[in-house]
Design a protein around this ligand. Structure first.
Ligand code: HEM
Length: 239
């Protein structure tokens, strides 16, 4: 099997694996094995899978940097959309079975209960990301704006983790494990953010001293100093 076929096969396996939790829920529902509190069971399962899949999606970039496996990026959109799929089920369970589709109740709940506020904020942030996940939307927004918008996934994951932390009353171990994993994934972003800030600062300083740099560069080949060029930004060189 060639490389492309192996990646495609892996993607199909991942797709099938992401369908396991919902399949298990449906089977349990039809065979009466959802437990004493079916609503709680469905809310718990869909909520946990939302968070797990969000974390797996966020782990793709650091994992790619660590392993050099560029093909991992091709799994990211599918995993993110599965996270959103479980979130939709989670929210639907709440809206239909908990709130009986009473909009006033939902609004009051979002305003009154901090963990619902955090969960809802995550939901609101993930809607535009799911809506702009197609190639056509990447082209329409432009890669830069698209990437900026999709950084919302970090804020959504933080809100999702806070939601879990705040709703648990007694045993905090499970939400703390998820929060810890999220903290590690966010920390893994720091070097990239720091480099971007350095580049931005360097670009700004070149903009401010552009005239002077041009002057110093042109006195003649022998007298020209080595000055910062925008092209250096790409390799992370800064003054
Ligand atoms: C990214 C967003 C979200 C994530 C990651 C998430 C995650 C979770 C998790 C893991 C649980 C299970 C807690 C447990 O039973 O031990 C849970 C429960 C719950 N979630 Fe979410 N959730 C999110 C968004 C929402 C939204 C938008 C709502 C509704 C507006 C919501 C309402 C609830 C409710 C009512 C519970 C049950 C609380 C209880 O047992 O008392 N969640 N959520």
């Amino acid at each position: 099997m060639n490389r492309e076929k192996r990646i495609a096969a892996f993607k199909v396996c991942l797709f099938a694996a992401a369908l396991v939790p919902i399949t298990a829920l449906v089977v349990a529902g039809f065979t009466g094995r959802l437990g004493a509190n079916p609503v709680e069971n469905i809310t718990h399962t869909t909520g946990e899978w939302t968070l797990r899949l969000l974390l797996v999606t966020l782990a793709i970039t650091p994992l790619r940097h660590l392993t050099g496996w560029m093909w991992l990026t091709r799994m990211r959109r599918m995993l993110g959309l599965f996270a959103f799929f479980y979130l939709m089920l989670h929210f639907a369970t709440y809206a239909v079975l908990d709130a009986s589709l009473d909009l006033a109740y939902v609004v009051e709940d979002v305003a009154d209960r901090l963990y619902i506020t955090a969960g809802f904020a995550a939901f609101v942030m993930l809607v535009p990301l799911a809506a702009t996940s197609t190639n056509a939307m990447v082209r329409r927004l432009g890669p830069l704006r698209w990437r900026r918008l999709h950084r919302l996934v970090y804020a959504a994951a933080i809100c999702g983790a806070l939601h879990f932390l705040w709703l648990v009353k007694a045993d905090l171990r499970e939400p703390l494990i998820y929060t810890g994993i999220l903290a590690v994934l966010l920390a893994a972003r720091f070097p990239v953010i720091a480099r971007r800030l350095r580049i931005r600062r360097a670009t700004a300083s070149v903009g401010a001293t552009g005239g002077e740099i041009r002057e110093r560069k042109n006195p003649g080949r022998s007298g020209g100093e080595r000055t910062w060029r925008p092209r250096d930004a790409a390799s992370g060189v800064s003054n």
